[in-house]
Design a protein around this ligand. Sequence first.
Ligand SMILES: *Cc1c(COP(=O)(O)O)cnc(C)c1O
Length: 386
Amino acid sequence: MKKSPQTALIHSDYKPPEGFAAFPPAIHHASTVLFSSVSAMRAGLWKTKHGYTYGLHGTPTTFTLEAKLAAIDGGRFCLLAPSGLAAIAMVNLGLLKAGDDVLLPDNVYAPNREMARWLSADFGISARYYDPMIGAGIAELIAPNTKLLWTEAPGSVSMEVPDLPALCKAARARGVLVALDNTWSAGLALNGFEHGVDIVMQALTKYQSGGSDVLMGAVITRERALNDRIALAHMRLGLGVSADDAYLVMRGLSHMQLRFDAHDASARAIAAWLKGRPEIARVLHPAFEDCPGHAHWQRDFRGAGGLFSVVFDARYTEAQTDRFVDALTLFGIGYSWGGAHSLAVPYRMQAMRPGWESTGTLVRLYIGLEETPDLIADLTRAFATL
Ligand SMILES: *Cc1c(COP(=O)(O)O)cnc(C)c1O
């Protein structure tokens, strides 16, 4: 058919030659997905991922990323969300309804706690909190209407490593689903499913991206029926991710293990050095004995990555420890982690965790990819300002 110039701007008969091959996955930008015929359109099944229906429900780019992420965590199904927190919301809204009860660890990622507060204030879902070190004792907290048990291994500020197998065993005995926020280990150092977890959540914003430049989250499962319940929430909430962001995360994945191991080695060297400093009362790093649940880490984990906390000696005021953080030059002050740059954040634990025992300030450190001795020199300089 002959086309007028205006239509020719939009419709072209050109087809690039087939057979193109390259390592990077293609970036498919799409809202509308084209069907070959009306009957193909009517057959569209967005849930099975055997075809494409709409950009929001997946493209070859997002399906490829989902498959890679499911494999890293040892799962079968994966759903992407525009942030780690959106992934948490997808789990909660997919699995909980009015009248249900959810249990969260006391050290849970703070926005997850805030969401639970909202669910209980406005949605008729009760949210209760447990000591992250409770282990098998969780059985006593499980109520007939408890449907979901959140776990985090370790807590991303106070670093307690829970007894995951004991929590999962008690939950399974009562038919309660267990969700693990596995962001700290990126799925590289801990396989949640091996220990009995039903759902793994990842903030891809961290190590998977590796660039401090993308926000994304994932929910990974092994059972199709469970995936489908969460997928329904994914669809109903309209959660989608951009093709460019998905590409950036895939780009980060190929060297994630190398980066993770480098963060791990440097963080352990710095944690060991900090342990010898008179200013520091406790090093909360799962690979060190000071850390609650260290034995669980030894038993269940294969590595540690770059994130840990220290507690300053109680003789230092908050003003002094703030000055310490302000004095750091190689450590940025800011939330999140997983990129190449080191970070430091002081937390007010007494306000965050009623019953928190240490009185000294807790400072969370993220060890980036800078040279370890340079970071130690920076910390040494900052200690001098105390
Ligand atoms: C960062 C983080 C999240 C949330 O990820 P965002 O992409 O920032 O929303 C959830 N859990 C933990 C443990 C995190 O560190």
